[in-house]
Unconditional design. Structure first.
Length: 296
């Protein structure tokens, strides 16, 4: 009976978590669609990624063939290959939630009326980019994506063990260069500012694939190692040392964890050893086995 109750409680918790994720990504989809219908359309920007490529194709058909192509149809077609990558290599729930984001954002973009907040191109580029990056970060924090290059960035991050969102910035710069050649270089250059602001927002708000190195001087190495493992599922290396001032035995615990988990790890370490000295260093790259929580 106890086991059955625990199983039901676990299922209820998982269902509640899934509902919360759906609410979060739905809100993010609304924000992205509103951003497209306000800042992006007003500035005539090409925001990069699948949405930017969709807008670019719409503009090409409109200018050269006098045909208005629905945003939803083009965006879904463009995301077909990234969605396959998601199902094949990342995770089913992750990809299904991402499909919901792609579909809802596309439909809302077609349905919402345009609205002008400001016509200043620099303000549009900066604040539109920050809002876009914030909405994408919400999706990522809820274990989903907005589609397109986000799938590719996460796939490369998990395969290579590094933060690959700068690769998406390079891909988007190529899309924007094409937009400049076909249309207006001013709008293409402002679009690069938009995409850069968006990438910066993502790097600040979403830190799963960024890593931090911990050097912890302590007299309780066993308890500290257990605290690190409990939070991050990462091991640690214990080094023996000597305090230079008091000339007494000290232990140095060395470990590398996700930047997103480093705050919780250091908090727990200070609980198990209030006298511990903790040094957190930003890590550029890790080679070797590094546990990465899989997407579901």
């Amino acid at each position: 009976m106890g086991v059955a109750k625990q199983r039901d409680a676990k299922k209820g918790k998982e269902f509640g978590g899934l509902v919360l994720r759906i609410i979060v990504v739905s809100f993010a989809s609304l924000v992205m669609a509103m951003n497209i219908k306000t800042f992006v359309h007003t500035g005539g920007l090409i925001p990069g990624g699948a949405s930017g490529l969709t807008l670019l194709i719409q503009e090409i058909f409109k200018k050269y063939f006098a045909i208005t192509v629905p945003y939803t149809v083009v965006n879904i077609l463009i995301n077909a290959v990234p969605v396959y990558i998601g199902f094949r290599f990342i995770g089913r729930k992750f990809t299904l939630l991402s499909c919901w984001v792609i579909l809802l954002t596309s439909i809302l973009t077609d349905l919402l009326p345009p609205y002008v907040v400001t016509r200043d191109p620099l303000l549009i580029s900066i604040f539109g980019g920050l809002i876009n990056g914030g909405a994408i970060s919400l999706c990522l924090l809820a274990d989903s994506t907005s589609g397109g290059t986000d799938f590719i960035s996460i796939f490369l991050s998990e395969r290579r063990g590094v933060d690959s969102f700068n690769i998406a910035l390079i891909i988007n710069a190529c899309i924007l260069a094409a937009a400049g050649l076909l249309f207006d270089w001013n709008k293409a250059l402002y679009s690069i500012i938009f995409q850069y602001a968006s990438t910066i927002a993502i790097r600040v708000l979403y830190r799963k694939y960024q890593k931090a190195t911990l050097f912890i001087v302590t007299n309780k190495p066993k308890e500290v190692c257990e605290a690190i493992y409990d939070i991050s599922n990462h091991g640690a290396t214990v080094l023996e040392g000597e305090g230079a001032y008091e000339h007494c035995e000290r232990y140095v615990v060395y470990s590398v964890v996700s930047s997103a988990e480093s705050g919780r790890v250091t908090t727990l370490v200070k609980k198990v050893d209030p006298e511990a000295f903790v040094n957190v260093i930003k890590t550029e790259r890790v080679l070797g086995r590094f546990y990465q929580r899989p997407a579901d």
